[in-house]
Design a binder for this molecule. Structure first.
Ligand SMILES: O=P(O)(O)O[C@@H]1C[C@H](O)[C@@H](CO)O1
Ligand code: HPA
Length: 274
């Protein structure tokens, strides 16, 4: 883990060479939400390829850049593209940027993603605030020797998502008059979408939505004592009894179409951070 801390410091130092902005909020932009980074003012954009230790982002709809600047007056750092396990990344690699963001000064993490709606009440385009998650990736970024400088050996996971900031996100949905659910996200390894039997199983396990990201990042945030808010956009309905086909393009398109709602929620979280 000492090696990991060194890598974190080297990435953070490379970022500091490009800008002296000290971000307070870190934002991980999921599929369809990359456009939020275009609203960041005074932006410095750094392609991942220009930073040490970072792999290329290969996922559809993920630009692969770090964008630093101000959003509604708040200094932020946004990941325009993340590292998924299905791209061949380890859980540790997929979560490393959480520690880099903390090293840069971030004190709150906002995570967004696209997810399949398992709860039969959920419709394409609805946002879901994560109340909790189930780690079905069978990977954990904290496996290995723990670095006590980064966080404790056995982090508590009884409340991985910040309730007060989540309330601020929900209040934005009420104010702007759109439906927003609060539910449980099942983190899957991917890259296949689930079978009908798997969606049925996930529903029985208590999941409301399924996706292929977020869980390693939320675990790292908890390890690093960073309050975390996570918001899914429901991009496909996964009723086992009438399951249609799903594709990556459909997911990106649906997330893009609904991105205004999630943007409003992210901005409400920024305002609540104060
Ligand atoms: O980065 P996210 O989670 O938004 O990526 C999307 C959703 C799934 O994880 C994956 C397949 O649709 O891409
Ligand atoms: O149905 C899904 N399953 C897993 N990941 C997803 N990402 C978008 N939709 C889905």
């Amino acid at each position: 883990m000492q090696g990991l801390r060194q890598q974190i410091e080297e990435v953070a130092a490379a970022v500091r060479q490009r800008t002296d902005l000290a971000p307070r909020v870190g934002i991980i932009l999921g599929s369809g939400l990359g456009g939020l980074a275009d609203e960041i003012e005074g932006a410095t954009a750094i392609p991942y390829g220009e930073l040490p230790h970072l792999p290329q982002s290969t996922a559809v709809g993920h630009a692969g850049r770090l964008v630093l600047g101000e959003l509604d007056g708040m200094p932020v750092v946004a990941m325009q593209g993340r590292f998924h396990l299905y791209e061949g990344r380890s859980a540790s690699q997929s979560a490393m940027m959480v520690y880099v963001m903390k090293a840069l000064g971030v004190r709150t993490l906002v995570v967004t993603n696209a997810a399949g709606g398992i709860n039969p009440q959920y419709r394409v385009g609805d946002p879901m605030l994560l109340d909790d998650h189930i780690n079905l990736m069978f990977r954990n970024p904290l496996v290995g020797v723990n670095d006590d400088e980064l966080g404790p050996r056995f982090p508590d996971m009884s409340a991985p998502y910040d309730v007060r900031l989540g309330e601020a996100a929900l209040a934005a949905a009420r104010r702007e008059n759109f439906v927003c659910h609060r539910g449980v996200y099942a983190g899957m390894l991917g890259p296949t979408y689930e079978t009908r039997a798997e969606y049925r199983m996930l529903r029985r396990l208590g999941a409301d939505a399924a996706g292929m990201s977020t869980v390693p990042e939320a675990i790292a945030a908890q390890h690093a004592a960073l309050p975390c808010v996570a918001i899914s956009t429901i991009t496909n309905e996964c009723s086992p009894d009438k399951l249609g086909e799903t594709s990556g393009d459909e997911v990106v398109h649906a997330a893009d179409a609904a991105s205004g709602k999630v943007r409003a929620m992210v901005r409400a979280v920024l305002a609540a951070v104060g």
